[in-house]
Design a protein around this ligand. Structure first.
Ligand SMILES: [Zn+2]
Length: 342
């Protein structure tokens, strides 16, 4: 990356109201068939343009082509029955009705590769593509086949690696794995969570990132955050092993969060996507708010490794709010860039 402090988002952006009901997770599509296929591409173009107008350096599809960051990927796999549903507790936080793993899981066809090719055709900027991480995938399913979280995670890691290699071939510059589960299951993270993530990136030459956050600004997450106390030290559990891993970039939640910034010291040497935009609030940060968070982070990460970003995806926000936040991110990064070059 040539620009200092290249900006990006953690992933999702709001969908237009003609595509799906806004400000809602798992919002059903409003169209189908060929109309839906075209509408998703139109939304992707729109989302890309919003990022470009805001001056975002590393762009994405805004996740316009998927209903949800985990389930849409799983829907394309063999071995999972979406009709057979069980209620499970997701990330020890809320109950959800989830599909059942009924047989060996496999990827029968590419999932996002055509969408990534389409995005690649639209821009010469660096592009980032998000996939769910193995641990977060298993946590969103009922497993009646392997009956082992670890075994299923290894199977998903192999599948993710197939998809990631094809995304790389399609011209994706950074492949990001979303692992909010890394903030919850600390023993598993260290026993096999990071190992399965490394299996998912095996043999890739493009850059790789892991996004570890405290989730979207939905009620189940904000209620959970209230139980975490005044200092959130969850990252302390996974960072030492992540620092030793082959992952290039770690994406974190830092804006308005109770994460002590000095924990970033534990991943010294990695590139860090610092969340400088709060996605759980409709208040649009000022550029100075963003700059303050970035300056704070610069005490623990070298300037050439600091990537200003958002805490998490912005899918549940109003479009005007998300747009304002994109502009604030860009303007805040510009302030600090100016200070660094002065
Ligand atoms: Zn997130």
């Amino acid at each position: 990356m040539h620009t200092l402090l290249p900006t990006s988002t953690a992933g999702s952006l709001p969908k237009p109201s003609w595509l799906a009901q806004p400000e809602k997770l798992w919002s059903p599509w409003k169209l189908d068939g060929e109309e839906l296929r075209e509408a998703k591409q139109d939304a992707l173009r729109l989302s890309l343009q919003e990022q470009q107008h805001a001056g975002i350096d590393i762009v994405s599809d805004g996740e316009q082509t998927r209903q949800h960051f985990v389930t849409t990927f799983i829907e394309h796999l063999d071995g999972v029955d979406f009709e057979k549903r069980e209620t499970v507790r997701i990330r020890n936080r809320y109950d959800a009705s989830v599909p059942t793993v009924t047989g060996a899981v496999s990827r029968i066809k590419p999932v996002f590769v055509e969408d990534a090719k389409f995005l690649r055709e639209q821009t010469r900027q660096p592009i980032k593509w998000a996939l769910p991480g193995p641990m977060t995938m298993i946590d969103t399913l009922y497993d009646a086949h392997y009956k082992s979280r670890e075994k299923l995670a290894w199977e998903f890691a192999k599948i993710l690696n197939q998809e990631a290699k094809e995304l790389e071939a399609a011209g994706v510059d950074i492949i990001q794995f979303d692992e909010p589960a890394f903030n919850v299951f600390f023993d598993e993270v260290n026993d096999w969570g990071i190992a399965t993530l490394e299996r998912a990136i095996e043999g890739l030459r493009c850059e790789t990132a892991v996004h570890i956050c405290y989730g979207y600004g939905i009620k189940a997450n904000t209620d959970w955050k209230k139980t975490l106390g005044s200092e959130w030290r969850q990252y302390e559990e996974s960072f030492p092993k992540l620092q030793q891993s082959n992952i290039d970039i770690v994406s974190l939640e830092c804006q308005n969060s109770h994460v002590p910034m000095d924990l970033i010291e534990l991943i010294r040497g990695k590139k860090v996507m610092v969340g400088a935009i709060d996605v759980a609030s409709n208040t649009i940060e000022t550029p100075e708010d963003v700059a303050k968070t970035l300056r704070n982070a610069l005490r623990f990460v070298d300037a050439d490794k600091l990537y200003p970003s958002t805490n998490c995806g912005m899918a549940p926000l109003a479009r005007s709010v998300a747009r304002g936040k994109l502009h604030a991110l860009s303007a805040g990064a510009a302030i600090v860039r100016g200070e660094l070059s002065a």
